[in-house]
Design a protein around this ligand. Structure first.
Ligand code: HEC
Length: 151
């Protein structure tokens, strides 16, 4: 029995060492560290792209439904939120504020779309995009370095 275990250990180490560089060299693989958060961002990106299309078609109902999907977007699981909070540290209030702004801007956009007010839709959409940009400006680069990069 004892011999069995001692032989197994180097085998496990070898497997880990082999797997190591493969994970390390693929930056993309590190996304699983906050995978749900990243998925959520990709979805926000898709909704905003569809809003642009919907505006071009003057399809206000479509704008409203995409905007509501943003306003009601889900949160990442508690475990990811905990790690994000550990990263944002004493700047967490700021991070949460940007998120809140996105929710309320999106809700306002949906209301303007319900009213079929094209100009106000475009203004509200600009405010929404600005809220995305503000958080990205303050956190994105550092966030990506912290969670995804291997150097
Ligand atoms: C509270 C902060 C915050 C807000 C608000 C926010 N984002 Fe992000 N977003 C991030 C962070 C941090 C990243 C980098 C992490 C990542 O790529 O997973 C990111 C990444 C992304 C990405 C991935 C880009 C890439 O290079 O892969 C997209 C797309 C995106 N956000 C879209 C949006 C859109 C659209 C909105 C507004 C509707 C928005 N985000 C609002 C923090 C935020």
């Amino acid at each position: 029995m004892k011999r069995c275990t001692t032989q197994l250990i180097p085998a496990v180490f070898a497997a880990l060492t082999l797997a190591g560089p493969a994970i390390g060299s693929e930056g993309e693989d590190r996304h699983d560290r906050v995978h749900e958060f990243h998925e959520m961002m990709e979805q926000l990106g898709e909704h905003t792209q569809r809003i642009v299309q919907a505006i071009n078609h003057e399809d206000w109902e479509w704008v409203a439904s995409e905007a509501r999907a943003i306003a009601e977007h889900s949160r990442p699981p508690a475990e990811e939120r905990r790690r994000i909070r550990a990263f944002t540290g004493d700047r967490h209030a700021k991070f949460a504020e940007y998120d809140k702004a996105v929710h309320s801007d999106a809700a306002e956009l949906a209301e303007s779309a319900d009213e079929g007010d094209g100009r106000e839709v475009i203004n509200a959409f600009a405010r929404l995009q600005t809220s995305c940009l503000d958080c990205h400006g303050a956190f994105r680069a550092e966030f990506r370095r912290h969670f995804y990069l291997t150097e």
